[in-house]
Structure formats: structure tokens, C-alpha cells
Design a protein around this ligand. Structure first.
Ligand SMILES: C[S@@+](CC[C@H](N)C(=O)[O-])C[C@H]1O[C@@H](n2cnc3c(N)ncnc32)[C@H](O)[C@@H]1O
Length: 321
């Protein structure tokens, strides 16, 4: 990602084409720099309800948002509550993770490349990363690193964190993690990448937000309404895939040679079984799109319901923070 550059919307052309025609009222659950919202408003949506948990996102949009008048409704909040912000929606779009603006501002504490307070709160309230790092039990810390960051050296890193506490800055933490791991080879990601991702997910409760958000989208979309979700790592993509597979009336992980068992009713029809990835042109123009995956589904008229978090592979950390 270009340091200090604007946030480049990922897979937006693919979203517009797979969801065509774009019309009616859409909800953008991750407004960020407003790239998706603007593309939807320019691409045929009559109205967009733009949601973000970060109040700063809307401040930054003040310059241009007024130009859309009442076609753009800005809503500070979390996308897990989207059905409280809109009903009978024609479309919902989610672009998970942090924005370039959040990463680039050292004082937000998301980046292991910039020195800042160990914060990572998208909504700028609640428990910060420093609160977790300095108060969680060693076992809970190790579980966060392992389950949310897929960090294999989780126990070693958790031990080193406990020994070094209190830790207050991003570079202090990055240095502690680096000492626990072999030096990165050329082309490999920075050793602190997984630990920072894990803490960010814990601070912002990201997996529960995704799980609740998918169910909220099911409640908020009208029959024929479209759901487009862009994820950036395998755990998120697996959750979206399993949710949609289950809601499309298919069994997740079913043996492909076994006869397909369909459990009516299905709440979604999946547009393509395989996730949609950026093409070579987008990859060249925007390295941040490298790990992005898009899944699109269409809401049916079956009643909405609930699904078990475990059944869609949501990692859960036991113990209190
Ligand atoms: C990757 S950026 C979105 C960028 C946007 N699509 C664009 O084109 O500018 C993700 C944004 O979603 C917000 N966000 C993440 N999780 C959220 C949640 N559960 N509810 C509401 N906003 C969330 C973050 O604060 C961030 O601003």
C-alpha cells in the first residue's frame, strides 16, 4: 500500500458488474474513504446509507458528501446493526478491515511501521490494544495471536509480551515480536504482521461483527437484494463462504461426490461458487488488493433466521479480557 496515499477502493468494478443493475437503496457497511459509496451513487443507486464505526471517516468526507444531497445518508455505527439503519434494501456491500487512512495515521496505532500509541480502535472507544496487551492473561494473549492471527509462535510471543509489560507503543510491540521470530526472507511479510492483525481483530471484535453483520444483512435485504462482501484473509473468507453455503441450503464441506442435500428454505442464492479475485491490472495498480476476495449472493424471499457461529468457522477465544 502506498504510504500516505488515498484509499483505493478494492474490487469495485467487479462489485458493480456482478451486482448489475445497481438500483434503489444500498447500504455500504464500511464507508471508509467513501470509494464504494460514490461508485454506487454514480453507478445507479438512488440512495446509499453509509455506515462506519470510525467517526473520522465522515469528517474526511465532508468536502464532497454534500454534493449528493439526501441521496447519501451517513450513519455512525457498526454494520452488525445495519437492519436498524435500513430495511427492504436493494443491496449491501462490506469491505472488511482497515482503511489506508486508518493505517497511515501513526496516532491510530494500527501500523507496525509507524511509531504511535498502541491503540487500534476503529471506533475510538472501548478497550485499546494496549489495554489488552497489558492486562490479558498469557493464555488468552496466546489464543488471540493463534486464533485471530494464525501466528504459530503465539506462545513464545505471549511470554515475551508478559515479560516486557507495560508496552505502550506500536514500535515497542513490533520489536518484541521481531525478537521472537526468524528474520523475514525477501518477499515475506514483516514478522509482526500476524500479531498486529490478531490484536486489531480482538480490539474491534471483528469476527463477531462479521458473523452478526451477515445475519443482519439477511434481515435487511429485500427479496432479490444483493450482498457483496470483500475479505482480506482466509479466516474471514471462510466465514463468508460457509455462511453463504449454509444459507443457500447446501451443506458446508459436503463431499462433492455425495448427492447434494438441500434443506429448504434457502435465504440466499450464491452468484459464483468461487470467490472473485482482482485481475492483473488491479493487482498492478493497487498492491493492497493482493489478498482480496469478493463473494456475491442474492437474497431470496425465505424468512431470515439465525445460524450458529461455530458452524461458519468463527474462531473463538475463551477467557476474559
Ligand atoms: C477497508 S475500509 C473501507 C473502504 C471503502 N470501501 C472505500 O472504498 O473507501 C473499512 C472501513 O470499515 C470500517 N469498519 C470496519 N469494521 C466495521 C464495522 N463492524 N462496522 C462499521 N464500520 C466498520 C472501518 O472503520 C473502515 O473505515
Amino acid at each position: 500500500m502506498a504510504a500516505g496515499g488515498p484509499h483505493i477502493p478494492v474490487l469495485i468494478d467487479a462489485i458493480l458488474s456482478h451486482c448489475a443493475p445497481i438500483e434503489g437503496t444500498w447500504l455500504d457497511g464500511t464507508f471508509g474513504a467513501g470509494g464504494y459509496t460514490r461508485a454506487l451513487l454514480e453507478g445507479g443507486a438512488e440512495r446509499v446509507i453509509a455506515v462506519d464505526r470510525d467517526p473520522l471517516a465522515f469528517d474526511l468526507a465532508a468536502e464532497w458528501a454534500g454534493g449528493y444531497g439526501d441521496r447519501l445518508v451517513m450513519q455512525h455505527g457498526v454494520f452488525s446493526k445495519m437492519d436498524e439503519y435500513g430495511q427492504g434494501l436493494d443491496g449491501v456491500v462490506l469491505d472488511l478491515g482497515v482503511s489506508s487512512m486508518q493505517l497511515d495515521l501513526a496516532e491510530r496505532g494500527f501500523s507496525f511501521m509507524k511509531d504511535g500509541p498502541l491503540d487500534m480502535r476503529m471506533s475510538q472507544d472501548g478497550m485499546s490494544a494496549a489495554d489488552i496487551v497489558n492486562s490479558a492473561d498469557e493464555g488468552v494473549l496466546a489464543d488471540i495471536l493463534f486464533h485471530y492471527g494464525e501466528e504459530r509462535a503465539s506462545r513464545r510471543i505471549a511470554r515475551a509480551i508478559i515479560t516486557a509489560r507495560p508496552i505502550t507503543t506500536t514500535l515497542e510491540l513490533a520489536g518484541i515480536v521481531e525478537k521472537c521470530l526468524p528474520r523475514a526472507k525477501p518477499g515475506q511479510s514483516h514478522p509482526a504482521t500476524r500479531s498486529f492483525q490478531a490484536l486489531r481483530i480482538a480490539v474491534n471484535n471483528e469476527y463477531d461483527e462479521l458473523y452478526q453483520g451477515l445475519m443482519a444483512a439477511e434481515r435487511a435485504l429485500k427479496p432479490g437484494g444483493k450482498l457483496a462482501v470483500v475479505t482480506f484473509h482466509s479466516v474471514e473468507d471462510r466465514m463468508v463462504k460457509r455462511f453463504l453455503t449454509a444459507r443457500a441450503g447446501k451443506q458446508a464441506n459436503a463431499n462433492r461426490y455425495a448427492p447434494e442435500t438441500t434443506q429448504a428454505p434457502a435465504q440466499f442464492t450464491v452468484k459464483s461458487r468461487k470467490a472473485i479475485a482482482p485481475d492483473a491490472q488491479e493487482l498492478a495498480a493497487n498492491p493492497r488488493s493482493r489478498s482480496a476476495k469478493l463473494r456475491v449472493a442474492i437474497r431470496t424471499d425465505a424468512p431470515s433466521g439465525a445460524i450458529d457461529a461455530k458452524s461458519i468457522g468463527m474462531p473463538q477465544v475463551k477467557g476474559t479480557l
